[in-house]
Design a protein around this ligand. Structure first.
Ligand SMILES: *[C@@H]1O[C@H](CO)[C@@H](O)[C@H](O)[C@H]1NC(C)=O
Ligand SMILES: *[C@@H]1O[C@H](CO)[C@@H](O)[C@H](O)[C@H]1NC(C)=O
Ligand SMILES: *[C@@H]1O[C@H](CO)[C@@H](O)[C@H](O)[C@H]1NC(C)=O
Length: 378
């Protein structure tokens, strides 16, 4: 009896020993692979990458698409030494320059600060997130006291230029169906961010960060930039004092961002698609729930709510459903808002119905009658 026990015990012991050895060999090999991969991407500090990727980042299948490290000379050449003539805007990361690298047009964002490993790790993480409705991060550079991010350039720019009267050029006349499909694209981009494990909360979704290409396909810009800034700024992100209408009031109250705060920002974006106006003007209304609904109702009655450029290009059902969805996205408490997936499904339904109603019946008459109901006193 006891000899059998000894034999079994010995066999089990041997198996455990072999398993432990195999485990060590595997661990050693994967560590070697990890550090080699890391130095290829320009990071010499694996802990920074591990810290960033804690809880598994997006698919590791990004392969050769990963972030490229650019040299400063390359970016200086691309932008003619960061010439003012190539300055195309200012974002949360700093000035944005247009540049040409091997005939490709890129947008370069520049932020001052000392080189940080955590910046490289963050860029690698963000550049692996690829989606048709997100602006792609191509690479980075950190030299001469600056962090630089290189993005693909989206030819037709931000939706602000197409919606508001910026004074520079006549805003594009985007009809209702086009606005719906732009909203759909932006919703898909946000949905993708929220579907990552862990979810990536945009934290700065606004009309200015919805860019459109030459076919008016929406691409969400600046995903993860707030997180990147939080990581590289020792003093913490500088809290801008200017009021941001896209910022969910609950963020201040609860002290943290959630997916639902992105949904709130998306609601303000929908509101601007409907009104065609910069809603910053109505900040007081947007900050409290009851008055938002009151404002919408009073403006609906006085025919001042829906963008007049939309007259004749929408159905009553379509615009009403979109207004309802907007109010749901901006309701309080945030827990009662639909998540981005539900917003996307509803937008798809509204868009499909609108396409059906306006194309089957043909352009013209029926739409104009329906649309003009909202503008009866015109
Ligand atoms: C947008 O793209 C179209 C081509 O699809 C072009 O004609 C138009 O000028 C562009 N508008 C802006 C504001 O860039
Ligand atoms: C825009 O649409 C045209 C025609 O459908 C297509 O050939 C082109 O590739 C599209 N451009 C982009 C950037 O998707
Ligand atoms: C919104 O209304 C709900 C009840 O309807 C209330 O509990 C909540 O405090 C209100 N929030 C704000 C920001 O006014």
């Amino acid at each position: 009896m006891s000899t059998i026990a000894i034999i079994i015990g010995g066999a089990v012991g041997a198996l455990v020993f072999i398993a432990v050895i195999i485990g060590f060999i595997w661990l050693y090999k994967s560590c070697k692979n990890f550090s080699r991969r890391n130095s290829d991407t320009g990071s010499s500090d694996p802990s920074a990458l591990m810290e960033w990727n804690k809880g598994a980042g997006p698919s590791s299948s990004a392969g050769p698409q990963g972030a490229r490290q650019f040299r400063l000379e390359e970016l200086e050449q691309a932008t003619k030494q960061f010439a003012d003539s190539n300055l195309i805007g200012f974002g949360s990361f700093g000035p944005v320059y247009k540049g040409w690298i091997h005939d490709n047009v890129v947008a370069i964002k520049r932020h001052s600060g000392l080189p940080r490993e955590v910046f490289v790790a963050g860029v690698i993480y963000l550049s692996e997130i690829r989606h048709r409705n997100l602006v792609t991060l191509l690479g980075y550079c950190q030299e001469s006291g600056s962090h630089m991010l290189v993005y693909e350039c989206i030819p037709n720019g931000s939706m602000c230029n197409h919606l508001y009267d910026t004074g520079r050029e006549a805003p594009t006349r985007l009809e209702f169906k086009q606005r719906l499909s732009i909203a759909l694209g932006a919703a898909r981009g946000l949905c993708h961010l929220h579907s990552l494990k862990p979810p990536l909360i945009h934290k700065n979704f606004k009309t200015a960060n919805v860019l459109v290409d030459e076919n008016f396909t929406a691409k969400v810009a600046d995903a993860g930039i707030v997180m990147l800034l939080e990581k590289i700024e020792e003093a913490g992100p500088s809290h801008s004092s200017n009021i941001n209408v896209f910022r969910d009031p609950e963020v201040e109250a609860l002290g943290s961002f959630t997916e639902m705060s992105d949904v709130y920002g998306f609601g303000v974006f929908l509101l601007e698609l409907i009104t065609g106006r910069e809603e910053a003007v109505h900040i007081d209304y947007l900050r409290s729930n009851e008055s938002l609904i009151q404002m919408v109702q009073s403006r609906l009655n006085s025919n001042e709510f829906v963008d007049r450029r939309l007259v004749g290009s929408f159905t009553m059902d379509g615009i009403k459903d979109l207004i309802k969805l907007t109010l749901k996205c901006m309701c309080f408490p945030g827990k009662r808002r639909p998540n981005m997936n539900m917003v996307l499904v509803e937008l798809e339904r509204i868009h499909e119905k609108e396409m059906e109603l306006t194309t089957v019946r043909g352009e013209g008459t029926s739409k104009i009658t329906l649309g003009s109901e909202l503008f009866a006193s015109k």
